[in-house]
Design a protein around this ligand. Structure first.
Ligand code: TRP
Ligand code: ZN
Length: 883
C-alpha cells in the first residue's frame, strides 16, 4: 500500500482560526539559486475562536527556516516546534509581531505551486495552499490580512517587479539590483497573494469606471508577444463594463494587471489586482490562434475579472465553500458570454460540457456534492462539479426567483458580506431574504451528489381534452452524501401544436384560461407529481426541460418520430438542438449494442431529418453547426451499459459516412455559402460561418471516396491566412489518415516550431487521430524538441489529448493506453502531482466499460495506487476509484 498520509479534512470539523493576521510585510530577495523571504506579521488572538489558545500554529511546507523572532527577540530551537507541515509556537501573547525568514528554491519547483520559475520569470500560484510553500503562515482563506510586499532582484534580468495593489516606491540598489514596494489596501487571504518578476513588456489601456474613476489596465507578456495582447485587453474592457451594467459592480484599485506565463497548472488565477494567466488564455493573433482560442480568452478574462467581486471582495470561509466563488463566477461568465454573444449557442455549449464531463464525474467513484463534506487533497476538488454544476445551481435560483429578484439577492449578498469570508449559506440566505422564499429544500443541491433522473410520462384524453404529465424524480444515493432525497427541480415546459408548431396556452386544472402562459416553470419537489393541462384537444408535442432548466437526466416520453419532429420544430433553441442529440444517441447506442451480430444500418428517417436540419432557413450558421453535431464518444460511453468505445466509434463513423455520402451536394453548397472572404475578423457572425464551413469539410471527408473534399481541405490549409481555417482543413485530413496529411503536418511543424502555443495544436491534432498507429506516434512525439514533459500545456496537448480526448485509442481493448498512462504517472507524479492526478482521472470510470477494458483499467489503477511515494493528489483519485 501507499506510504502517503491519508489524512482527511472534514467540513464538520471546521473551527475559526485561533489567530488573525492584521498586517504582513514580505521582503522577497529573488535569486536563481536561492530566494530569501522575510516576513513581518502582526498577529492577535481571534476573539471569536472557541477557545482562548495561546499556542500559534502556522502552515509551512518545504521551507528552510532561517530565523524567527517574536516581538523582536530571536527564538532558539527550544522556542518552537517544526514538522513537515507546521511551525508551532507553544505560547504567544494576545498581540505580537512575528518575523520569520525562510529560504526557498523556486528554480527546482516543478509543482508550479508556491513560488516557481517559468522560463525567465519568477511567478507564484498560491490557490489553494501554495502560500505555505513561500513562508510560514495561517494559510486558510478566513485569515485576511493587509499585505505590503517589497521585491528585490537583479535589474537586468528582472526589470519588472509586480505584486498586488498599488506601486508605492521603486528604485535602484547596489550590485545591479533594484526593488519595488507594493501595497494592497484590501485585506485578503493568502491564496490571493501574487508576485511576478522578469523581463516583460506591457500592453496597456485606460478605463474609466461608471462612477468616473480612472483605472490603468495592463497586460504583461514576454517582449516577443507584445503584438498578441489586443484581444485580451479588449476582452477585459468588455468584462468590466458588463459587470457594471449587469451587476452594478465596479473595479476598486487604480490598476488591473494580467501576466501571461508559459508554465501554469490551470487556466488562470484571480490574484487581487494581479491576475496570472496561462499564456494560452492571453495571447492571440489570427496566424496562431483559432476562433475558439479567441472565445476562450474572452471568457477566461471575464471569469477572473468577475472574481474580483465573487471571490476576492467576498471570499470563502474554507475550501469546502469553493463553489461559493467558482460556481457563482462560472455562472457570471456564462451570462457574460450569453449577453455579448449568442445566448442559445452559449447555453448549448455549456450543457454539452456539463454532460461530457460533469455527468460522468457525478456518476462515478469520485462523485461529490457541489459542497463536498471531506477531502484528502483540496487541489482535487477544483472539479467540474464544483464549477459547472455549481453554476447550474445558481442558474436554477435565477430561474426560480426571476431576474429581478435574483439581482436583488445578489445586491444584498454584496452589501452584507463585502470584505468577509463566508459560506454557501450566506449566499442562499441573501437570496432567501430578497425573495421571501424558503430555500431550505433547494439547498439540498449543495449537499447531495449524483445527477437526478427525471422520467416523464404523458397521457392524452381526447374526450376530456386533458393532457396528463407525470414527472418522477430519482436521486441515487452517493457515497459520502445524503442518499436519494428529492430535490427542487425547475422544469421549464411548453406544449406545441403538432401542425402549426405554435405553443398552446398552459392551463392547469383549477386555473382560469385567461392570460394562460405559453411557457411555464413547474417546480417539481416530490418524487412523483402529476400535472393536468386543460383545453388540449389533440396530443401536442411536449417541450420539456426547456433551456435545460435543471442539471438532470431526462428520460423523455418522446418517440423517435417526435424527436425528429422537435429537431425541426421546437421553438426553444436548446430543446430543438437536444431533440437531435437524443435521437442520434438512441440510434448510435442501439447500433453499438447490436454489434457485431447485426451490422449497423443508418435509418433513412434519420438521414431525412438531418437533411432537413441542414437546409433549415431559420438556423444561423453557429446554431446549424451545433444542431448537426453528433454526440461525442464520451457522452455515448455514458449512455451505453458495458460500454464499448470501439463499437460506438464504428457506428458513429458509419453514420457520418452515410450522411456525407447522401447529403454531399448540400454539404458542398453550404461550404460555398459560408466562405468569409477578406481579412480574418473575430465576430460572432464570422466565427459562425467559419465553424459551419469547416464542419462541412470535416463531414465531407468522412466519405473515404470523396477525393474532391480532400483536395479542398488541403488547398484551404495552404491558402488560409488564419489558424482556424488551417486547422479546419488539417484536422479531418489527419484524422482520416489521408495521404496529404503528412506533408501539411511537416509544413506546420516547420513554420511554428518556435511558437509553443501553435505547436500545442500540432501535437494535439496528431494525438487525437483515431488511427491504429496513434499511440506509437504520441510516444515518438514525446521526444520532439518542442515537447517538454514538465510543461502542463505540452502535457495537455499531447498525452492529455491522447488519454482524455482520444477515447477510441486510449480505450484500445489491448490495454495499451492504460499502460501508457501508468508509466506517465510514474514519471510525472513526483514532480507535478496536480497534473498527474488529473490524468489519473482518465481511469476512474472503469466500471462503465465492457469486461475486458474494465479489468485492464482496474489493473492500471491497482498499479498506480501502489506506486512508491505516490502523491496525496493521485492517491486520492486512484484509491477512490477502487472503493
Ligand atoms: N481560482 C482559479 C479560477 O478558477 C483556479 C485556479 C488557478 C487553480 N490556479 C489554480 C486551482 C491552481 C487549483 C490550482 O479562476
Ligand atoms: Zn474561478
Amino acid at each position: 500500500m501507499s506510504d502517503k498520509p491519508k489524512e482527511i479534512t472534514r467540513l464538520a470539523d471546521y473551527t475559526p482560526p485561533a489567530h488573525l493576521v492584521e498586517t504582513i510585510h514580505l521582503d522577497v530577495h529573488l535569486d536563481e539559486t536561492e530566494t530569501l523571504v522575510a516576513s513581518r506579521m502582526t498577529l492577535r488572538r481571534n476573539p471569536d475562536a472557541p477557545t482562548n489558545q495561546r499556542a500559534v500554529r502556522l502552515d509551512g511546507r518545504e521551507l528552510e527556516l532561517v530565523e524567527i523572532r517574536l516581538d523582536g527577540a530571536p527564538l532558539s530551537t527550544a522556542g518552537y516546534t517544526l514538522d513537515s507541515e507546521h511551525l508551532t509556537l507553544p505560547d504567544a501573547p494576545e498581540r505580537f509581531t512575528l518575523e520569520i525568514t525562510t529560504r526557498i528554491h523556486p528554480e527546482t519547483n516543478l509543482s508550479l505551486e508556491g513560488l516557481y520559475r517559468s522560463r525567465g520569470l519568477f511567478c507564484t500560484q498560491c490557490e489553494a495552499e501554495g502560500f505555505r510553500k513561500i513562508t510560514f503562515y495561517p494559510d486558510r482563506p478566513d485569515v485576511m490580512a493587509r499585505f505590503t510586499v517589497r521585491l528585490e532582484a537583479e535589474r537586468v534580468r528582472y526589470p519588472v517587479l509586480l505584486s498586488n495593489g498599488n506601486l508605492i516606491e521603486s528604485g535602484a540598489l547596489e550590485n545591479g539590483r533594484h526593488f519595488a514596494l507594493w501595497e494592497d489596501p484590501h485585506p485578503k487571504p493568502a491564496y490571493l497573494f501574487a508576485l511576478v518578476a522578469g523581463n516583460l513588456s506591457c500592453h496597456e489601456g485606460p478605463f474609466t469606471t461608471a462612477s468616473g474613476r480612472p483605472v490603468t489596465l495592463q497586460i504583461w507578456v514576454e517582449p516577443e508577444n507584445a503584438e498578441r495582447c489586443a484581444h485580451a485587453l479588449a476582452s477585459l474592457e468588455k468584462s468590466m463594463r458588463w459587470d457594471e451594467e449587469r451587476f452594478g459592480r465596479e473595479y476598486d484599485l487604480d490598476r488591473y494587471m494580467i501576466v501571461a506565463v508559459n508554465d501554469f497548472n490551470s487556466g488562470a488565477m484571480e490574484n487581487k489586482g494581479l491576475n496570472i494567466f496561462n499564456a494560452v488564455y492571453v495571447l492571440a493573433d489570427p496566424e496562431t490562434a483559432t476562433d475558439s482560442n479567441y472565445e476562450d480568452i474572452e471568457s477566461v478574462i471575464a471569469h477572473e475579472y468577475f472574481h474580483n467581486w465573487t471571490g476576492n471582495r467576498i471570499t470563502c470561509r474554507d475550501w469546502f465553500q469553493l463553489s461559493l466563488k467558482e460556481g457563482l463566477t462560472i455562472f457570471r461568465d456564462q451570462e457574460f458570454s450569453a449577453d455579448v454573444g449568442s445566448r442559445p449557442v452559449e447555453r448549448i455549449r455549456d450543457v454539452q460540457s456539463l454532460r461530457a464531463f460533469q455527468f460522468p464525474e457525478d456518476a462515478g467513484p469520485t462523485a461529490h456534492p457541489v459542497r463536498p463534506d471531506s477531502y484528502m487533497e483540496i487541489n482535487n476538488f477544483y472539479t467540474t462539479t464544483v464549477y459547472n454544476k455549481g453554476a447550474e445551481v445558481v442558474r436554477m435560483l435565477l430561474t426560480l426567483l426571476g431576474k429581478e429578484t435574483f439581482r436583488r439577492g445578489m445586491d444584498l449578498y454584496f452589501a452584507r458580506h463585502d470584505g468577509q469570508a463566508v459560506t454557501v449559506e450566506a449566499f442562499l440566505d441573501a437570496m432567501q431574504t430578497a425573495s421571501g422564499q424558503d430555500l431550505g429544500p433547494f439547498s439540498r443541491w449543495y449537499r447531495q451528489a449524483g445527477t437526478p433522473e427525471l422520467t416523464i410520462r404523458q397521457q392524452h384524453d381526447p374526450d376530456a381534452e386533458v393532457l396528463e404529465i407525470t414527472v418522477m424524480q430519482q436521486c441515487r444515493a452517493h457515497g459520502q452524501s445524503e442518499a436519494g432525497e428529492p430535490l427542487v427541480i425547475p422544469l421549464a415546459m411548453a406544449l406545441l401544436d403538432r401542425d402549426t408548431r405554435a405553443p398552446l396556452p398552459l392551463i392547469l386544472e383549477g386555473e382560469s384560461p385567461e392570460n394562460a402562459p405559453l411557457e411555464r416553470v413547474l417546480e417539481v419537489t416530490r418524487p412523483v407529481v402529476t400535472y393536468r393541462f386543460k383545453n388540449i384537444p389533440r396530443p401536442p408535442l411536449a417541450s420539456l426541460l426547456r433551456g435545460f432548466s435543471a442539471p438532470v437526466k431526462l428520460n423523455s416520453p418522446l418517440s423517435n418520430d417526435d424527436l425528429a419532429l422537435a429537431w425541426g420544430a421546437d421553438n426553444d433553441p436548446f430543446n430543438r438542438w437536444d431533440a437531435g442529440q437524443q435521437l442520434a444517441m438512441r440510434i448510435l447506442v442501439e447500433g453499438a449494442r447490436a454489434l457485431p451480430d447485426h451490422p449497423f444500418a443508418t435509418p433513412d428517417s434519420f438521414v431525412a431529418a438531418f437533411a432537413a436540419t441542414l437546409t433549415s432557413p431559420d438556423l444561423d450558421p453557429a446554431m446549424k453547426s451545433l444542431a448537426i453535431t453528433l454526440p461525442g464518444i464520451g457522452v455515448l460511453i455514458e449512455a451505453m451499459p458495458e460500454a464499448d468505445p470501439g463499437a460506438l466509434f464504428t457506428v458513429r463513423e458509419s453514420l457520418r459516412r452515410r450522411l456525407a455520402h447522401d447529403c454531399r451536394d448540400t454539404l458542398l453548397a453550404l461550404h460555398a455559402a459560408n466562405l468569409t472572404p477578406g481579412p480574418y475578423r473575430v465576430s460572432g457572425e464570422a466565427i459562425g460561418k467559419r465553424t459551419l464551413k469547416n464542419f462541412m469539410l470535416g463531414l465531407l471527408l468522412a466519405d473515404p471516396d470523396n477525393d474532391l473534399a480532400a483536395r479542398m481541405a488541403a488547398d484551404q490549409v495552404r491558402q488560409a491566412d488564419n489558424m482556424t481555417d488551417r486547422m479546419g482543413g488539417l484536422v479531418p485530413l489527419v484524422h482520416t489518415g489521408r495521404p496529404e496529411a503528412e506533408e501539411l503536418l511537416a509544413a506546420m511543424e516547420h513554420r511554428w516550431r518556435d511558437n509553443p502555443l501553435a505547436m500545442d495544436k500540432w501535437f494535439s491534432i496528431q494525438a487525437m487521430a483515431p488511427l491504429p498507429d496513434t499511440l506509437a506516434r504520441v510516444q515518438r512525439l514525446m521526444s520532439h524538441p518542442a515537447y517538454n514533459p514538465r510543461n502542463p500545456n505540452r502535457i495537455r496537448a499531447l498525452v492529455g489529448t491522447y488519454c482524455r480526448g482520444n477515447l477510441v485509442c486510449f480505450h484500445d481493448p489491448s490495454g495499451s493506453g492504460y499502460r501508457f498512462l501508468t508509466e506517465l504517472i510514474r514519471d510525472l507524479d513526483p514532480h507535478n502531482p496536480q497534473i498527474a492526478a488529473n490524468l489519473v482521472g482518465a481511469l476512474t470510470r472503469w466500471r462503465q466499460f465492457e469486461p475486458r477494458r474494465r479489468e485492464a483499467m482496474r489493473q492500471a489503477i491497482d498499479t498506480i495506487v501502489t506506486l512508491p511515494g505516490l502523491s496525496r493528489n493521485s492517491y486520492e483519485i486512484a484509491s477512490k476509484s477502487l472503493a
